[in-house]
Design a protein around this ligand. Structure first.
Ligand SMILES: Nc1ncnc2c1ncn2[C@@H]1O[C@H](COP(=O)(O)OP(=O)(O)OP(=O)(O)O)[C@@H](O)[C@H]1O
Length: 677
């Protein structure tokens, strides 16, 4: 039996290259191989071909509303709006626009339903509602197997959702992307080998095995990776891995050439049929060959349901209400024309607006001769529900006992390793290393041996060393802080996507990302400090070197945490950058280097600045007892050697405390961001 399986796998061809039949035939062969293996007791492979619980989807009278006015963000605008609403006496009431109007229907297991409609007709809104990923005000009911709402936390894990935008890690290879998803989402009882094998099967099924070692690529990593169509298939593969009963896809074929799009729909069709999955996909402009492959069509126009039923019956239906398709036309093109307000005469060609007479005419014709969706839906619902009931009762126990996913420690480990691999092109890129080494060597040359005993014994030499210590702490910490503010805004979409699918808790993401940052964030401070230390001839004892290094590393981690906190709290890059510049300058100016006589009412800021404590600690380590006696009354000189504390402990302790507080703030901000979406 294993031979049959491997044969099926090896003979598959990449979709983009092979013809469409190959994939279907191969999938069918593979599916029969899976079934055969299942009979032989190999349940794992069987999971790929058939779902555990077939899902019957019903949506009834779904209406969705959005605010009718522009919602300008910001506290001032919110207060203004509230004041206006209170003055009018309608506080809390926001004028709304209806974007979905009474969408009703039924989708059975094993079917592929295509949602079609012109741009802005509500396809994305509707499919994201089916996936429980839309939080707009919605009335009506969406139920799976008559009991699960798509927003139910426990049930969400069973819904595969591929959004319109590709949310992938640009720095990972295709195999890594699918493998880490497999480790996070597949049952912990499965061995690593089985998970790898599952990934290999998915790669073959989706025709992307030939690019498994190519990176995803993108603007962030500055590298061209796999093609748009391949990215889309990687995203689909991530969902297929855990064998969901329902797969919802938002425009999976956009950007694909017609053959690749046809192959993708073939694949979905086969997955639905051999796996008894419920598949709903929005689709923009399907070719006539794709259209023929669809089981059901849900046509939308301006948020209204214009047709729902067998795709093959749509042409006849529209003919009966006076919209006869011209001979030889692609039905999909014709229905889009109709939904866009074209009634067959060239002069009427144009887009519909709500209340458009054309839409009213069409809706009137539909109301006069409905496509019997309600009757049909009710009948189908009853017969299919019986079948689903039977199958569900057989697998009912399995559904109750959803297998446990990765353990908490595995989640942290995977998030950590995945994040390190994703950042491998950035953190250790020639650019960032080049800047760090350039600055270190420039500093070393400019301050060449300034820290030696004879130089530091002069007032000028001691001042130079103090300036070098301040610069060193500023350069390293600001460097890290500014790179840290990008972390969460750029990973926000991935965090939200994986949180929506309940893959891991926020704390696992927080600890995983924190761990991933440690080696990368240590490397630059360590090498820069060592180069400058040797070239500038700072205090030549191992103890002083280690203390300087420890102080700078803690200071960098504190600054990095502040950067993460700003990024996590703001989650918007431009704003995060502006906020961090303000905070950094506020902390730097009163830190004891630029100005000594700070106005009393502002002096408290210096106590909040991690730079004050870092600079103090470095002066204590390098200058205490080594600088010349200050002439009486020379304040500038005495500042060289003075510290706020006579020992090192309090400075280091306060820095560590700040580090913990900032990290806790990061965690709270992430939780809040994940919740508020
Ligand atoms: N959060 C929102 N706030 C305001 N308007 C919204 C929101 N979401 C959707 N809309 C509006 O609802 C309508 C339908 O949008 P939707 O994105 O669902 O259309 P679509 O059919 O998927 O379009 P496309 O094919 O161009 O992606 C549009 O007019 C859009 O502006």
């Amino acid at each position: 039996m294993a031979e049959t399986q491997s044969d099926a796998g090896h003979e598959l061809h990449p979709m983009a290259e092979g013809d469409s039949h190959t994939v279907v035939v191969d999938l069918e062969r593979q599916a029969s191989a899976f079934r055969a293996e299942s009979e032989a007791g190999n349940s794992q492979r069987n999971e790929i071909s058939r779902t555990k619980t077939p899902m019957h989807l019903t949506f009834n009278d779904v209406c969705t509303y959005v605010p009718a006015e522009l919602q300008v963000p910001g506290i001032v605008n919110t207060v203004k709006k509230l004041a206006k609403a209170c003055a009018k006496g309608d506080a809390g009431k926001v004028p709304e626009r209806q974007i979905l109007h009474s969408i009703t229907g039924v989708v059975n297991p094993g079917e592929v339903v295509a949602i079609m409609g012109p741009s802005g007709s509500g396809k994305t809104t509707f499919i994201s509602l089916l996936a429980g990923r839309n939080h707009l005000r919605t009335t009506g009911e969406i139920l799976y197997n008559d009991q699960h709402k798509p927003t139910d936390k426990a049930f969400k894990r069973q819904l595969g959702y591929v959004s319109q935008e590709d949310v992938l890690f640009e720095g990972l290879t295709v195999f890594e992307t699918l493998y880490y998803t497999a480790v996070l989402r597949l049952p912990r009882a499965m061995t690593n080998e089985d998970k790898r094998e599952r990934v290999s099967i998915i790669l073959e099924v989706l025709g992307i095995a030939h690019v498994k070692d190519s990176i995803v690529g993108g603007i962030r990593v500055g590298r061209r990776g796999i093609s748009g169509g391949e990215k889309k298939r990687v995203a689909i593969g991530q969902e297929l891995l855990y064998n969901p009963s329902v797969i919802l896809l938002d425009e999976p074929t956009s950007g694909l050439d017609s053959t690749t799009a046809l192959n993708l729909i073939h694949t979905l069709h086969t997955l639905a049929q051999v796996g008894n999955r419920t598949i709903v996909t929005t689709i923009h402009q399907p070719s006539s060959r794709i259209y023929q492959m669809l089981d059901k069509l849900l046509l939308m126009g301006q948020g209204h349901l214009l047709f729902y039923g067998d795709a093959s019956a749509a042409t006849d239906y529209f003919a009966t209400i006076g919209y006869t398709m011209p001979y030889g036309m692609n039905p999909a093109d014709y229905f889009l024309d109709v939904a866009s307000g074209w009634s067959g005469e060239a002069k009427d060609c144009g887009k519909l607006a709500v209340g458009d007479p054309q839409l009213k005419v069409l809706l009137g014709a539909i109301a006069a001769k409905p496509f019997e969706r309600f009757k049909l839906a009710a009948l189908e619902s009853q017969s299919i529900l019986k079948e689903v009931d039977l199958q569900t009762s057989r697998v009912g126990e399995e559904e109750e006992a959803e297998p446990e996913g990765a353990s908490y420690l595995t989640q942290i480990g995977v998030i950590c390793v995945r994040s390190m691999k994703d950042r491998r092109f950035e953190s250790f890129s020639a650019d960032s290393l080049g800047v760090a080494f350039f600055v270190a060597i420039l500093c070393g040359i400019l301050y060449w041996q300034q820290g030696r005993g004879e130089n530091i014994a002069t007032l000028v030499g001691a001042s130079n060393v103090a300036a070098l210590l301040f610069f060193l702490s500023m350069f390293l910490s600001v460097n890290l802080m500014f790179s840290s503010i990008f972390t969460f805004p750029t990973e926000k979409t991935m965090l939200l996507k994986e949180r929506e699918a309940k893959v891991y808790p926020v704390s696992a993401f927080f600890f995983g990302r924190t761990l991933a940052g440690i080696p990368i964030d240590l490397a630059i401070p360590f090498s820069v400090t060592t180069i400058i230390y040797l070239m500038a001839g700072l205090k030549p004892t191992v103890g002083a070197y280690l203390l300087t290094l420890i102080t700078l590393v803690i200071s960098c981690f504190t600054a990095g945490s502040l950067g993460l906190l700003i990024g996590a709290a703001v989650l918007e890059l431009k704003r995060a950058q502006s906020v961090s510049i303000c905070i950094m300058l506020t902390l730097m100016l009163p830190s004891g280097f630029f100005i000594q006589n700070i106005p009393v009412w502002l002096s408290w800021i210096s106590y909040l600045s991690y730079i004050t404590y870092t600079f103090d600690a470095l002066k204590f380590i390098q200058l205490k007892g080594r600088v010349p006696e200050c002439p009486p009354g020379n304040d500038a000189c005495s500042l060289l050697s003075s510290s706020q504390f006579d020992t090192l402990g309090p400075q280091i302790g306060i820095l560590l405390l700040m580090l913990v507080v900032f990290r806790a703030g990061v965690y709270v901000s992430l939780r809040w961001a994940a919740k508020s979406k």
